[in-house]
Design a protein around this ligand. Structure first.
Ligand code: SF4
Ligand code: SF4
Length: 456
């Protein structure tokens, strides 16, 4: 039986993102199409990469892409270090406190989000604090999930903007909650459009996938953006189309497919149920599930993946409805096949079950408190020296409490080096929390891991 991702060095490799799509266990982290808090994006990318996501979706901003790439590199460095620690301990028949990890160098994929026209994901709140009534109890500040609203007289102003009041743009991802609660309608949304032209040819090498946010009735705008994306297409491994519900959504998505055809990479239809709401409560997941059922019923070419209101209840609800689990399509189309076809294009066709789930505000809210706690120690952990595994066995000392502290300098250094790469309790808790969310869907894929596709 396959291991839960992330996998131990002793288990099969983690499925590739293609395989995750094919087996209905694709999980994406959404950092936010407008979210530009680089330090947080770096940490989220690192944590959820270690938790086994297939894709990290970020704003179309090269500074954000670079932060996410750094987070993925951090995850690689930690995973490699822990794997070495594991092998080192096994070689010397010692118990290791590290949890088991395996992270392929090309995982997860990095996606950027673009919009073909005005869209709630591509906006930021703005207000003039001098127009706020003095007696306002500031519900905007209380409700903002990212502490993007600050007042200069507050005791907890953000380091990014310590001397001013208002919205800190990099921290705002456009959820609109402040706008809805302002008693004097002082807050407005400022829309923006992500421009593919802002990326150079060299930048495109850092991007694996693109997502286009659109809405029914925008065939012309979509076609124009698709045209502008021509230089991108040869670099991409996947394209995702994110669309909210509409009475004519099936016909609209069919039109979009015709615009994109012929498409030589996998396609995801992202069903954007209730945007940026997954952290608000259990019920927010229903809209995206209903929309996913609608899109599945339309039998479009491509994979169907949920977003917009997804949270810790989504996978369980999908399971209850019989909508999760490996797709049988590869086997149905090719009954002689005993495994999933390695050609992603061949399987880029309708699925009768959902291919995956994307988590945004819920994923962020879930781990932020512990990430904030971890922040003081993470830089030191990431800069810790590599273990020198080439040392002769007789020089090894592990664990620390068995060390003869009167040993020579080489032995003491060795022990110190091992100690610095151990997981802290807080980091283990953070990874476990993220893994629980990611694993809620991937657990269904375990029994149907690549090479073990079964017809339901
Ligand atoms: S509540 Fe939402 S829209 Fe308002 S500032 Fe915070 S993140 Fe931005
Ligand atoms: S809720 Fe509106 S009026 Fe009150 S502090 Fe916030 S922006 Fe100002």
């Amino acid at each position: 039986m396959a291991c839960s991702p992330p996998l131990s060095v002793a288990c099969d490799p983690q499925p590739t993102p293609y395989q995750s799509l094919q087996t209905g266990q694709w999980v994406k982290l959404i950092c936010g199409a407008s979210y530009q808090d680089m330090p947080t994006i770096r940490r989220l990318a690192m944590l959820y990469a270690l938790a086994g996501v297939d894709c990290v979706d970020v704003a179309a901003d090269m500074a954000v892409v670079a932060a996410a790439r750094q987070g993925l590199a951090d995850a690689q460095a930690l995973a490699q270090r822990w794997a070495r620690n594991e092998s080192l301990a096994l070689t010397h028949d010692l118990k290791t406190p590290a949890i088991q990890h395996y992270l392929s160098p090309d995982l997860p994929w990095l996606m950027v989000s673009l919009n073909d026209s005005e869209d709630p994901h591509f906006r930021k709140a703005h207000f003039d604090p001098s127009l706020c009534p003095p007696d306002c109890h500031r519900p905007c500040e209380i409700l903002c999930p990212t502490q993007a609203i600050q007042f200069a007289d507050a005791s907890t102003t953000h380091a990014a903007s310590p001397d001013s009041s208002g919205v800190i743009p990099n921290l705002c991802y456009g959820c609109g909650r402040c706008i809805a609660v302002c008693p004097v309608q002082n807050i407005v949304a400022q829309s923006h459009q992500a421009r593919p032209e802002d990326f150079s040819a060299a930048d495109l090498g850092l991007i694996d996938a693109v997502e286009i946010h659109t809405q029914a009735g925008r065939q012309r705008e979509f076609a124009a953006l698709w045209q502008r994306l021509a230089p991108w297409r040869q670099h991409l491994k996947l394209v995702s189309i994110s669309c909210p519900d509409d009475p004519h959504i099936a016909a609209y998505l069919q039109d979009l497919y015709a615009i994109m055809a012929p498409l030589e990479i996998p396609l995801i239809w992202q069903t954007d149920g209730r945007p940026m709401s997954g952290d608000l409560g259990k019920g927010t997941t229903h809209a995206t599930i209903r929309l996913a059922q609608k899109v599945l019923a339309a039998n479009l070419p491509g994979y169907v993946q949920l977003a917009g209101g997804t949270n810790g209840y989504t996978a369980a609800k999908l399971r209850e409805l019989g909508l999760v689990g490996a797709s049988s399509r590869a086997k149905v189309d090719n009954p002689d096949s005993s495994s999933i076809d390695s050609d992603p294009i061949k399987n880029n066709h309708p699925q009768w079950r959902i291919a995956g789930i994307a988590y945004g505000s819920y994923a962020r809210t879930l781990v932020m408190p512990i990430l904030e706690k971890l922040e003081p120690i993470l830089p030191g952990l990431l800069e810790a020296k590599e273990v020198e595994i080439a040392l002769p066995a007789e020089k090894m000392r592990y664990p620390e409490d068995t060390l003869d502290t009167t040993d020579d300098l080489g032995r003491s250094q060795k022990t110190a080096s091992l100690s610095t790469i151990d997981l802290t309790d807080d980091l283990k808790v953070a990874i476990d929390q993220a893994r629980q969310l990611v694993g809620a869907l991937k657990a269904d894929g375990e029994a149907n891991a690549p090479g073990d596709v079964r017809t339901p």
